[in-house]
Design a protein around this ligand. Structure first.
Ligand code: ACO
Length: 435
């Protein structure tokens, strides 16, 4: 018997099965051989919310949740945040290697020259109500973009794939800025090819009548680092959505809008907006103990706390705290910071949070920085979606070329009724039903 195997005894039959262990996993399909008889379907694994199921092999992002380690393609996030531009990290995530100076120049040129949107997208955007949520406008507009690029359905053609990847990375900030300007009733601003990725985004957001927009370098760098920190995070809810929709060979624009829809939820990327609402509600430090008590009483969650993978600390939250200091030197201190710091201090000493390993996640401080830079809370998740587009597309590309992947299709444990006799309308009795 090999040492790298798992032996399972089925006590229903007494049969013993040996399964190979590879990379710390056993194959779920090996359990299907475990049957009580010829008519038995075989054992399945029940794993709601995929708490312990690896759905793919990936070489993009490594996370060690217990040690608080995050690496893109093997490079620690701290070093990338310190030394790289966002597009340099995007290149690394997509292609697996850091670019040379020439490769980076070409890559930046290509992304920069895809930032323009088709005029029909502008018209489409004009149709939204003035108070439409920017994230919903972004999601709808990315879906609409697929009508402009019908060749995007050629997902098995590497040339077409690469073109759509460049377009999506380039156009997300343009759509995001348009949705922001739309909500303010301001005219849209066209991209400026002289500016960096984040500076151009700031230009499209905030340029008014000045001939050339000049971004504050500290704020532009802070945004760049925030983009780097949000670029990928392996198989989270939105990335798994990207892979699941992509596995049906839907075009990448539709995959991205599906992934962004998942991101918009308050338990995922929408959490940073919820953190600001929570800090507003708490209002003063004196109200923190009562708020914590209501969290412990199960009435609400402490938004920006807790993570499925990080059970010690979120390395992104540590880096974000440093960026906050740099930003507040320029913008002045966000008054909510003191409440956030006090909330964190009290929570980290409380048995409820300690025993459940609940620490501040990336969203706890990012909203405070975004607000200080000048973003409305409704824009926060949009700011998450722009850099995460790089991660989504890299994971999609990896999935498409992986011969082990097929259309995503989980199984279920059926708990409903069987073989009921159909009841004609005249014989039916009212039964109370719940939604
Ligand atoms: N506040 C209070 N209690 C919490 C919190 C929280 N933020 N997070 C988890 N818990 C509690 C749960 O109620 C549960 O308690 P119990 O054992 O008494 O039932 C325990 O901690 C374990 O939590 P789970 O829900 O099992 O953890 P899970 O891994 O499923 O959830 C999640 C992770 C969704 C992030 C959760 O911590 C949460 O809802 N946090 C608040 C929302 C948030 O900040 N989301 C952003 C995540 S980062 C990102 O997506 C970019």
């Amino acid at each position: 018997m090999s040492a790298s195997t798992l032996t399972v005894t089925d006590n229903r039959t007494g049969s013993t099965y040996e399964m190979p262990i590879e990379d710390g996993t056993v194959r779920a399909m090996d359990f299907r051989k475990i049957k009580t008889g010829a008519d038995d379907f075989g054992l399945m694994l029940y794993d709601p919310a995929f708490m312990n199921t690896a759905s793919c092999r990936s070489s993009i992002t490594y996370i060690d949740g217990d040690r608080g380690i995050l690496e893109y393609r093997g490079y620690p996030i701290e070093q990338l945040a310190e030394s790289c531009s966002f597009l340099e990290v995007a290149y690394l995530i997509l292609f697996g290697e850091l670019p040379t100076a020439d490769q980076l120049d070409r890559w930046v040129y290509e992304i920069t020259h895809h930032t323009m949107l088709h005029e029909t997208t502008k018209k489409f955007m004009e149709g939204f109500r003035h108070d439409a949520h920017p994230m919903t406008m972004l999601i709808s507009s990315v879906t609409a973009l697929s009508t402009v690029y019908p060749e995007a359905t050629e997902v098995h053609d590497p040339t077409s794939r690469f073109l759509q990847i460049k377009r999506l990375i380039a156009k997300m900030p343009s759509i995001a800025a348009m949705s922001y300007r739309h909500s303010l009733g301001f005219p849209y601003v066209y991209p400026d090819n002289d500016l960096s990725y984040t500076e151009n985004f700031m230009n499209m957001l905030w340029k008014m009548v000045e001939p050339k927009y000049a971004a504050n370098p500290v704020l532009a760098r802070a945004l760049e680092v925030l983009f780097i920190l949000h670029a990928d995070h392996e198989q989270n809810c939105s990335t798994s959505t990207m892979r699941a929709v992509g596995s049906a060979l839907a075009n990448p624009y539709l995959c991205i809008s599906s992934a962004a829809s998942a991101l918009s939820g308050p338990l995922h990327g929408g959490a940073n907006e919820e953190v600001i609402k929570m800090l507003d509600e708490i209002d003063t430090a004196a109200n923190i103990p009562a708020y914590i008590a209501s969290v412990k009483g199960g009435k609400r969650k402490l938004m920006g706390f807790g993570h499925r993978v990080y059970k010690n600390f979120d390395p992104r939250a540590t880096l974000i705290k440093k960026i906050a200091e740099q930003v507040f030197e320029v913008t002045g201190r966000n008054p909510k910071l003191d409440i956030a710091l006090e909330l964190e201090r009290i929570a980290l000493q409380d048995e409820y949070f300690i025993s459940r390993k609940l620490y501040p996640n990336v969203d706890f401080y990012s909203g405070l920085i975004y607000q200080a830079i000048g973003f409305k809370p409704e824009m926060f998740t949009v700011l998450f979606a722009i850099p995460r587009t790089v991660g989504w597309l890299s994971q999609w590309q990896e999935m498409i070329v992986d011969p082990a992947q097929k259309i995503a299709r989980p199984r279920q444990v059926y708990t409903g009724a069987r073989n009921r006799r159909f009841i004609p309308m005249a014989e039916r009795k009212p039964v109370e039903v719940k939604a």
